[in-house]
Design a protein around this ligand. Sequence first.
Ligand SMILES: *Cc1c(COP(=O)(O)O)cnc(C)c1O
Length: 428
Amino acid sequence: MKFYNLKENDEQVSFAGAVKQGLGRNQGLFFPESIPQFDNIEALLALPMVERSVKVLYPFVSEDLTETELTEIVTEAFNFPAQIQPISENRAILELFHGPTLAFKDFGARFMAKCLQAFSKGKKVTILTATSGDTGAAVAHAFHGIANIDVVILYPKGKISLLQEKMFTTLGDNIRTVAVEGTFDDCQALVKQSFDDQALKEALGLNSANSINISRLLAQICYYFEAVAQLYRQQGAQALKEVVFSIPSGNFGNLTAGLFAKALGLPIKRFIAATNANDTVPRYLQTGQWSPNETVATISNAMDVSNPNNWPRVEHMLKAGLVAQDCVSSVSIDEEQTQMTMIQLAKLGYISEPHAAVAYRALQYNALDSEFGVFLGTAHPAKFKDVVESTLGQPIGLPKELADCASETILSTTSSTDFAELKAYLLS
Ligand SMILES: *Cc1c(COP(=O)(O)O)cnc(C)c1O
């Protein structure tokens, strides 16, 4: 299968090309030229997660990987569970945070790392990425120890929590981290300048590993299948009500993957894209006007995005009729409601963090009793320990992954926002 550039349709590449390139010409996103159809979804759902994921993904990657190679990649990448936990009769959370960095980004980052390893064939690659928290940890852990791939992660010095910082700055080996004396936007600007520098780009084999990479989205399709499979097993295909997913959204990669799952034939009725105060998409769906405001900081900070970079893919799927126009609605939840919802969930016996709470609140607003609502748990509550503890007024424990790295030494170097300084460092 080929992937084409949504902006310049004549640019077509294979899966390997799309993974290595990331973005197409003129910043266009890659999109599969066709959507495979599975005629026996129930048989697929009966399979174990790894086997099923190989069947779902193989049509997309068969030009570049054998089924055996794909099986190896998926087995290594998805070595932790995605778990449905019931909240009430009609509601459940899909916990996606049982990977090494306790966030759903582990699924996409680990799959991408294994694919890139297979495709770089001994050629040197440098992953250069900016992070405001979760992405850095997922990317660092996914690529740690992979031969011929160096990783450089930029982050704003003093602007992320110590625990967040320790999750990706203490690994060493092929993972280098740079604390930039500036903001997250300054970090992103430095990454952009690096990619604009053709000589540097070629010398290092730069790749950004960010959330627009098609491999990350394909990986995420698999946990929607796993969620529906678990619901079928628990409730029976006949008894199960119509399934609605509520997705805490920032760059809308998670929603894009869900829409792919639906387009592939997975029985999902519809999606609710839940945002925090950064509400470009809910306003757009209401008014038809795309008018991003200044990004505002919230307690669900992984969703503090006002110009979501995956939206062109969502828009394309809706306009091209790959999914029904009315299968996406979007709701914005403010800070007060987010905290109230965390308290409400705690009363139901479930400790959640702000991102999942935003999604649960949106479900409570928007879903009917005749629907079965699943909201996505995108991060472990301990990753947001401070806000969870202050909201709920009770201490929460640290899981082993976080407790282990808390005692390690930070190995970062410091840099100014001057591109020349970063360039010298990258070439050293
Ligand atoms: C990245 C992230 C999101 C947003 O996901 P998108 O795919 O960018 O919409 C939500 N929650 C958490 C915890 C995240 O890290």
